[in-house]
Design a protein around this ligand. Structure first.
Ligand SMILES: Cc1cc2nc3c(=O)[nH]c(=O)nc-3n(C[C@H](O)[C@H](O)[C@H](O)COP(=O)(O)OP(=O)(O)OC[C@H]3O[C@@H](n4cnc5c(N)ncnc54)[C@H](O)[C@@H]3O)c2cc1C
Length: 386
């Protein structure tokens, strides 16, 4: 890996710029390099894999080691089937080394503009870089999203986004409310309950699909891959049947089975929650399910059922925004929800040479999809140069 805090040297033939040094950006750079195309990764933090460095301590991949590897380097067997967060970081570092990637750290790209057939990138310190193509790999989980709850600005309690959560130590003996039951909220609630918080409540607006990570040794991810291309209605039906014996019934604890299908939910952006401790914690009463948060009022949190509670801390696992508007919004390449209109080897019609990777949340595992999309993008760019 070549990392340098300076601007990359100017080139007679413009390189392909890859914005973001996470798994998606690294995979694209490696697959381009393998095809003889010069790719420069621009990463705003000081190292690759920034998002994985910042995740909570106990996180492990919920996709299997074999189905999470990026092109051209296996994840070491010694990392086990469910790879730990720190090992994901080690793997990404090794990946950049192995492929001798050209990475410029400490450079944030603020805006991308078209200039004839080239692309101009405006970045940290007034840098202006010209690329023959650009791959945007800035991450699905880019900017922490906190709901605009009434009273948020004057809330007197401790309120943090889940991105800031590392481990339960600061919450020992405390009464904590976790808001949101995606994979992150579910795992943080379980972590707090196991780690000594005095009371853990989980505020739920929409009941999630909860699946076991494996059933009789069969990983949920493999099922996701098998059903991925089937019609949504059929997968919803299969999921309903399967849930009766593969998913626990937590109705008595405030988590009834969802009334919308698993695939319908996934299509709307909500992948099922993989159980890594929540089910046991809810069953044992260590995590109490409560209604959604409606507002904050002084020291109190107002819930949708009208009750008011006063936790010591609120952790909002309420998701992230893509935040692509300042970067590429002016190019007409985003939909109304701010997501790229294209993915993989396809470019927006109005922006040939502009690619996006990592902006979907598939049931088959994002790392697996990143690896596949990287190959497609590299193939397309390399073909265009011949
Ligand atoms: C808690 C959690 C657990 C996950 N677990 C799994 C799992 O088990 N299996 C799986 O397949 N997927 C998982 N994912 C989903 C996905 O695989 C990861 O989020 C993965 O890191 C996505 O890679 P990425 O490269 O698209 O984005 P990121 O990893 O977010 O990388 C984006 C990079 O771009 C940089 N950047 C952003 N903006 C700019 C800019 N303007 N200029 C320069 N640099 C910029 C960032 O600093 C960052 O390094 C998980 C996600 C989360 C949040």
């Amino acid at each position: 890996m070549v990392t340098t805090p300076q601007a990359p040297p100017s080139q007679a033939v413009h390189p392909v710029y890859v914005i973001g040094g996470g798994p998606g950006g690294l995979a694209v750079a490696a697959t381009l390099r393998a095809r003889g195309v010069r790719a420069v990764v621009l990463e705003k933090s000081d190292a690759v894999g920034a998002s994985w460095r910042g995740h909570y301590d106990r996180l492990r991949l919920h996709t299997t080691r074999r189905l999470s590897a990026l092109p051209g380097l296996k994840i070491p067997r010694s990392y086990g089937r469910w790879v730990a967060r720190a090992d994901v970081v080690r793997y990404l570092e090794a990946y950049a080394e192995e492929h001798e990637l050209e990475i410029v750290t400490g450079v944030e790209v603020f805006r991308v503009e078209r200039d004839g057939t080239d692309w101009v990138l405006h970045a940290t310190g007034g840098r202006r870089m010209v690329g023959s193509a650009v791959v945007v790999a800035t991450g699905y989980n880019h900017t922490p999203r906190l709901p605009a709850w009434p009273g948020r600005g004057t809330y007197e309690g401790e309120l943090r986004h889940a991105r800031e959560y590392r481990n339960p130590v600061p919450y020992e003996g405390k009464d904590v409310l976790v808001v949101g039951v995606g994979n992150t909220g579910a795992e943080i609630a379980a972590d707090l309950a196991e780690g000594g918080a005095a009371r853990v409540r989980l505020a739920v607006r929409t009941v999630p699909h909860i699946v076991r990570r494996t059933t009789l040794g069969w990983p949920a991810q493999r099922s996701g891959i098998l059903v991925r291309r089937l019609p949504v209605g059929l997968v919803d039906l299969l999921g309903r049947g399967l849930a009766r014996f593969a998913s626990p019934d937590l109705s008595a604890h405030g988590l009834p089975r969802p009334d919308t299908g698993l695939a319908t939910r996934t299509r709307a952006g909500a992948v099922p929650v993989q159980d890594v401790g929540l089910v046991a914690a809810v069953r044992s009463g260590k995590v109490e399910v409560v209604a959604a948060v409606e507002a904050l009022d002084g020291r109190e949190v107002v819930l949708a059922d009208g009750s008011r509670i006063t936790p010591d801390a609120v952790i909002a696992a309420t998701g992230y925004d893509r935040a692509l508007e300042p970067l590429v919004g002016h190019l007409g390449v985003l939909d109304a929800a701010g997501r790229p209109l294209t993915r993989g080897s396809r470019c927006p019609r109005t922006a040939p040479g502009l690619y996006f990777i990592g902006f979907t949340n598939p049931i088959s595992g994002m790392l697996r999809e990143l690896a596949r999309d990287a190959e497609k993008i590299a193939r397309r760019i390399a073909k265009g140069r011949r």
